[in-house]
Design a protein around this ligand. Structure first.
Ligand SMILES: O=c1ccn([C@@H]2O[C@H](COP(=O)(O)O)[C@@H](O)[C@H]2O)c(=O)[nH]1
Length: 235
């Protein structure tokens, strides 16, 4: 799996994406989320892939197993590298997602990696306790979901940097720990609750970092990307 920082393309239109990507002269790893995909559909994936970039399709599927399986079967036909579901959908749903992905991947193509969202990085422990009615520390819930995802045969999870080391201990180094909530030191945290810098992400065992606004809203996005990449790579 590509280890470049994953840039979250949280834009509404293909024009926004083209304008943003045209500033870069290298292949990137980008994330297409709900905002972009739900307004533009599969054509946006084809357009980004034609430019030579790797794609994480971040749709966080969460439904009954049969529905998720069928949806994954369809998504597997797109040229994507990484896709996800919510671990809260349960073991049967995660297994069904994997089956759909395997069945839908065209012959001769590598199946996209499949990961599960544990607890969103915008969720605080207090919120989890009071709103989801899950008692205890948030890391316990995150590690529990990571183990469920591993047992269901998934390739990894989305978690915050703060839980990456514990997941590595529980699920192994090769299990993907994809961590959003990345900020440069002193940067605005916006709606994120469990944040860390790229340096801490590297030290804690994240396998991939996801960076949105710290790059896309920067005055000079290319410079911000290279700063993040250097800190992440330890240069
Ligand atoms: O737990 C999660 C899962 C997904 N995300 C997504 O990552 C980016 C983060 O954007 P920033 O601007 O760097 O905060 C965004 O697309 C989310 O949908 C997440 O943040 N947390």
């Amino acid at each position: 799996m590509n280890t470049k920082p994953i840039i979250a393309l949280d834009f509404p239109t293909p024009e926004d994406v083209t304008t943003f990507l045209s500033q870069f002269d290298e292949p990137l790893f980008v994330k297409v989320g709900m905002e972009l995909y739900l307004q533009n559909g599969p054509s946006i994936i084809r357009a980004i892939k034609a430019l030579g970039h790797d794609i994480f399709l971040d749709l966080k599927l969460h439904d009954i197993p049969n529905t998720v399986k069928s949806a994954m079967k369809g998504l597997a036909k797109l040229d994507i590298d990484l896709v996800n579901v919510h671990a809260a959908g349960g073991s049967l749903m995660m297994k069904a997602a994997l089956e759909g992905l395997i069945e839908g991947t065209p012959e001769g193509k590598e199946r996209p990696a499949l990961i599960a969202v544990t607890q969103l990085t915008s969720t605080s422990e207090e919120q989890m306790n009071n709103e989801q009615k899950i008692p205890g520390a948030i890391f316990e819930s995150v590690v529990h979901y990571a183990k469920l995802a591993k047992d269901a045969g998934l390739d990894g999870v989305v978690c915050s940097v703060l839980e990456a080391k514990m997941i590595e201990e529980a699920c192994g180094k090769a299990f993907l720990k994809v961590t959003p909530g990345i900020r440069l030191a002193g940067g605005a945290t916006h709606d994120q609750k469990r944040v860390a810098t790229p340096q801490v992400a590297r030290a804690e065992g994240s396998t991939q970092i996801v960076v949105g606004r710290a790059i896309t809203k920067a005055q000079n996005p290319v410079e911000a990307y290279h700063t993040v990449a250097q800190l992440w790579e330890g240069n």
